[in-house]
Design a protein around this ligand. Sequence first.
Ligand code: HAM
Length: 423
Amino acid sequence: MIQKPKGTYDVFGKNSKKIIYFENLFREVMSKYNYEYFRTPIFEASELFHRGVGETTDIVSKETFNFKDKSDRDMTLRPEGTAGIVRSFIENKYYSNPSMPVKIWYMGPMFRYERPQAGRYREFYQCGVEVFGSNDPLVDAEVISIPVNIYKLLGFNGIKVNINTLGDTESRLNYKKALLDYFKPHINDLCEDCKARYEKNPLRILDCKVDASKSIMDNAPKIKDNLTEESLQHFEMVCKYLDSMGIEYVIKENLVRGLDYYTHTVFEVEANIKKFGSQNVLCGGGRYNGLVSTLDGPDMPGVGFAIGIERTLLALDYENINLIDEDGLDIYISYMSENEKAFAMNLVNILRLSGFKTDLDLIGRNIKNNFKQAERLKAKYVIIIGEEEIKNNILTIKNNISYEEHKIKFDDLIEFFDTNISE
Ligand code: HAM
């Protein structure tokens, strides 16, 4: 038997209902926030991620699925959504959109060659936003409020927002220098990955899982002591706007995030599932003021986040939150014999077009088994079609809850269900 590739999963049964519920909620929230939907390709030129996400990140240096197409072009299955959205924003000249900022949402599969475990897959789904064209800290706060509100609407209890700032380019340069000076005498105490990070991106030493517990980390310089006045002010305003919405957060000074493009605000939304470790991070994001120009667009700021859908659903299970819409069918249709099938087919078609959740017997059950099936499907009404019904154009409708029976003319059927089946 051929099995699914390692680190992937199939969606069916209860899980498919949960996913549909979550995705619909995300779409609804995006419409309320006035965001526009973008869809970009699942594979892009590899160069996009090398330049966009960063050569030194684990995601690009170790985890991409790469292939050459038949014309020998280097392609990569997207490991995240931001780089592709920025590419599309630039290529489609959305930067000249008069209604700034441009607020975009997206949803789809991402691919990272990671060690699979609960909450960590090689193909996983993200939904997220990217906002272009505003430096105002209001946007950072709006973006953070989206996952917070989604998790609130889902009924989560144990969710925590961690935020930090990486400051502007000048602050980051100051900070980088301070880190290089500090770690220089301790370089041999660092893990092999951090030795490489020291050369390429010393900020990433701060969120190393291997070195986290070492005492050298405790006294490492803090970003807040290296921020320019403007960067500090930006961060304070983000915090002020979050306070104004009553959004609670923790300032986590060693939060740097695993992608190279961030400037100013970075944040993560964390669950609190025991033994879930770093998979507790359900959502991550931040501001990236240099990315659009790095990818050959104009000098234009951006900020966004991405939610990991699988982790979010796992965290919901852990909190015993049941998303499944248990609503059954409105109407189930059964027929007495082969002769009534065409009539039944027309009837189910009319009822579906009129907006009723309707199904009919597709395997020729007897009456008893049809009522059992209607029970399983939680149908509110059952229609039984026989020779007489067709001849007189009057249908027998059984209320499957009160067991009341109604005789309704074919032409009055929609009115009957409109009156008796509420939303
Ligand atoms: P990220 O932190 O790499 O950020 O991913 C965002 C979320 O995707 C994570 O918090 C996690 O829930 C989920 N995730 C990541 N890797 C996996 C995996 N292997 N299996 C399951 N879930 C996973 C980004 O991707 C940025 N593009 C977010 C962003 C948008 N920043 C600004 N705009």
